[in-house]
Design a protein around this ligand. Structure first.
Ligand SMILES: Nc1ncnc2c1ncn2[C@@H]1O[C@H](COP(=O)(O)OP(=O)(O)OP(=O)(O)O)[C@@H](O)[C@H]1O
Length: 314
């Protein structure tokens, strides 16, 4: 767990379009809303390029506030945020930050076609008249193809299922060519197949060196695809590699009594270790004998996958 890293931003806040190779650097950030409520206090974490980071915390812990700060939607009262070695303003001007919203944030009655939603990702690349070029159209087609939604491009967005809508917003982030992609609870209301498809896509984007921040309540899926974790509770409680941060003790600190936590001390046939199930959601995080993650004695599917699919044996 790395709590005190050297800031990776360049001293003058500038660098080339791709940044200096550093990822996201949030340092001592405090956000106070107009009503005087301080939603985030002295929050610090850093995550490099080519990573997927889980943002985990209870409702109201400050995850969305952190996203708003990274997107420049709220004023940061204290602290600094550096995006690929640049200030938030510079990163926004270069379209480096993309956001995939929660379904509830969108007015689905607004009549707009799928391809138009994805084209919105290109706005920052267009001039003031917003007339799409061949390159913009190609980017939209490629993004829709990549998320498996090419056949839906002329459908109204409001007619799609929850999982399909999520994919369309992911396509918008891809069309934008965002290098830092903030995903707000991408798995809420999606089935396991779509979740797997989204995870596969995120892993591909990680290979391309992008930075993904994923807020999620699906604790069971975090060790499976998030190499890093940030635990939020009005501040950042801990951050770093998931193997170090995503522990039972830390989760209890982050969730307090909010988590449902079952311990099954009796060994199952052939098992000698207790089994803990930690969940604030229908897909739990399972701890075997105090060890999280993979279990050599398990079958090939592994406990994390079973947990995610709600197949943890009880
Ligand atoms: N515009 C606002 N004005 C005042 N307080 C706000 C505002 N937006 C959020 N808050 C408060 O700030 C705190 C953090 O809210 P935030 O939306 O960041 O939580 P969250 O972790 O994203 O929650 P969830 O998991 O429910 O999405 C909450 O107490 C919330 O009531």
């Amino acid at each position: 767990m790395n709590l005190h890293r050297t800031p990776s931003a360049l001293a003058d806040g500038t660098s080339d379009a791709d940044g200096d190779g550093s990822g996201l650097d949030v340092r001592n950030v405090t956000v106070t809303y107009r009503n005087g409520h301080t939603a985030l206090r002295d929050a610090t974490f850093t995550t490099p390029r080519g990573t997927i980071t889980a943002l985990v915390g209870v409702n109201g812990s400050g995850k969305s506030t952190l996203y708003k700060a990274i997107m420049g939607f709220v004023r940061v009262a204290r602290g600094t945020i550096s995006v690929l070695g640049q200030s938030v303003d510079q990163a926004l001007r270069k379209n480096l930050i993309a956001y995939v919203p929660q379904a509830e944030e969108v007015d689905w009655n607004f009549p707009v076609l799928v391809e138009d939603v994805v084209m919105m990702g290109r706005y920052g690349h267009m001039n003031m008249l917003r007339i799409p070029t061949a390159r913009d159209r190609e980017a939209v087609s490629a993004a829709l193809e990549r998320v498996g939604m090419a056949d839906y491009r002329n459908r109204q967005i409001g007619e799609l299922s929850g999982g399909q809508k999520k994919r369309v917003f992911l396509a918008r982030a891809l069309a934008q060519d965002g290098q830092v992609i903030l995903l707000d609870e991408p798995f809420t209301g999606v089935d396991v197949k779509t979740e797997d498809a989204i995870i596969a896509l995120l892993k591909g984007l990680r290979e391309e060196g992008r930075v993904m921040l994923v807020s999620t309540h699906n604790l069971g899926s975090v060790p499976e695809f998030c190499d890093r974790t940030v635990l939020v509770k009005n501040t950042v409680l801990a951050y770093g590699p998931t193997g170090e941060v995503f522990t039972q003790a830390n989760l209890e600190k982050a969730f307090g009594g909010v988590l449902r936590h079952f311990v099954f001390p009796e060994a199952e046939a052939g098992r000698e270790r207790p089994v803990s199930v930690i969940t604030d959601d229908e897909r739990p995080f399972v701890v075997y004998g105090g060890q999280e993650g993979t279990d050599g004695q398990d079958d090939a599917d592994g406990p994390a996958r079973k947990a995610r699919r709600g197949e943890a044996r009880r």
